[in-house]
Design a protein around this ligand. Structure first.
Ligand SMILES: Nc1ncnc2c1ncn2[C@@H]1O[C@H](COP(=O)(O)OP(=O)(O)O)[C@@H](O)[C@H]1O
Ligand SMILES: [Mg+2]
Length: 313
């Protein structure tokens, strides 16, 4: 009889997205077939020493962590040192994608359209009139390395800008100001190591009480409508799926990723790429996979296979 695969399931951690990670980890744990996998759970907040001790008996890790100390390449680097394969991008791709400013530079170099933007570091003098002149109003203010919309604001009046800067600077030394793109929000997932497959696009419609796809809209049941495949033309669909694959490659991603975009008329703007897309029941990647005929369990099988292939070709 074939031996079971020992999976280290990493969730929790110390970032602002700890709760989301734990909830994703619980759902992943329930979905992993006990016939195929021997699952061991580790919370990086407390269990790194145990993970190091167990390393030689682990076949593959599933990193279900978001934000700093999980999605930013640090855990990926540790697993590389321990020679444990995992399902997502390596230290470089993870670190780049975590930083929205670094990502934008690589997107632009690859010809991927992004919203007009400006960036500032802590202590820098910000000329508000100049920002409004360049980006107009509303302006989107976000920490460069944020996630789950935490620390983000959509600012509609000049008076509220300073407050939005402070909120973003509380989380990061670098902040981004972006032109607000009013349009249809979509997200495009990509699966694969060398041969990239794009999944059907998901259209995201936050309920009216949400100004944008904010934290609550992302994680509270019923706060957002997700429609898959997205109701955009075939030509725009093809363009967006190609952009998702192009973004994945431009940021040196591996295994899988999910790129957030906004469609305005015939133009598509890329916002960011997630190297560890959410894995809760509300999440977008599982929905995209389901529309492509792959249930949650099969998606996890695929991610585990991709992770093991990537490190042991
Ligand atoms: N330039 C923008 N124009 C319009 N809406 C935006 C813009 N940037 C972000 N948003 C809204 O904020 C949400 C979160 O922004 P995003 O850049 O994807 O960061 P993250 O998901 O990492 O917090 C998006 O899903 C979208 O609803
Ligand atoms: Mg996003």
């Amino acid at each position: 009889m074939k031996q079971k695969i020992t999976v280290a399931l990493l969730s929790g951690g110390t970032s602002t997205e700890r709760d989301v990670s734990l909830s994703g980890g619980n759902q992943v744990c329930r979905a992993l077939s006990s016939d195929k996998y021997d699952v061991r759970r580790y919370d990086p907040a407390t269990d790194i020493p145990r993970l190091i001790e167990d390393a030689s008996s682990i076949d593959v890790a599933l990193i279900i962590l978001h934000g700093t100390g999980g999605e930013d390449g640090t855990v990926q680097g540790l697993l590389d040192l321990l020679k444990i394969p995992y399902q997502c991008s390596g230290p470089m791709g993870s670190a780049i994608a975590m930083n929205k400013l670094a990502s934008k530079r690589l997107y632009l170099q690859a010809g991927i359209p992004v919203p007009s933007h400006m960036s500032f570091n802590t202590g820098e003098n910000i000329d508000i009139d100049c920002c409004i002149e360049r980006l107009g109003l509303p302006i989107v203010v976000k920490p460069a390395s944020g996630g789950s919309s935490i620390g983000m604001s959509i600012v509609r009046s000049k008076d509220s800008l300073r407050q939005a800067f402070d909120k973003a600077f509380a989380l990061d030394d670098t902040i981004l100001l972006e032109e607000y793109i009013a349009g249809t929000e979509i997200t495009g997932a990509v699966l694969g190591n060398i041969d990239l497959k794009t999944l059907p696009l998901v259209e995201i419609i936050p309920e009216k009480n949400h100004d944008f796809f904010d934290y609550e809209a992302k994680y509270k049941k019923g706060e957002t409508r997700e429609i898959c495949p997205a109701r955009i033309s075939a030509a725009l669909t093809e363009k967006a799926r190609n952009l998702a694959a192009k973004a994945h490659e431009a940021l040196f991603c591996k295994g899988y990723s999910r790129t957030d975009m906004i469609v305005r008329n015939e133009d598509i703007y890329v916002l960011e790429t997630n190297t560890i897309p959410g894995m809760t029941s509300e999440s977008l990647l599982p929905l995209a996979a389901k529309t492509a005929g792959m249930n949650f369990e099969e998606l996890l099988d695929r991610l585990i296979t991709l992770g093991m292939e990537k490190h042991h070709p």
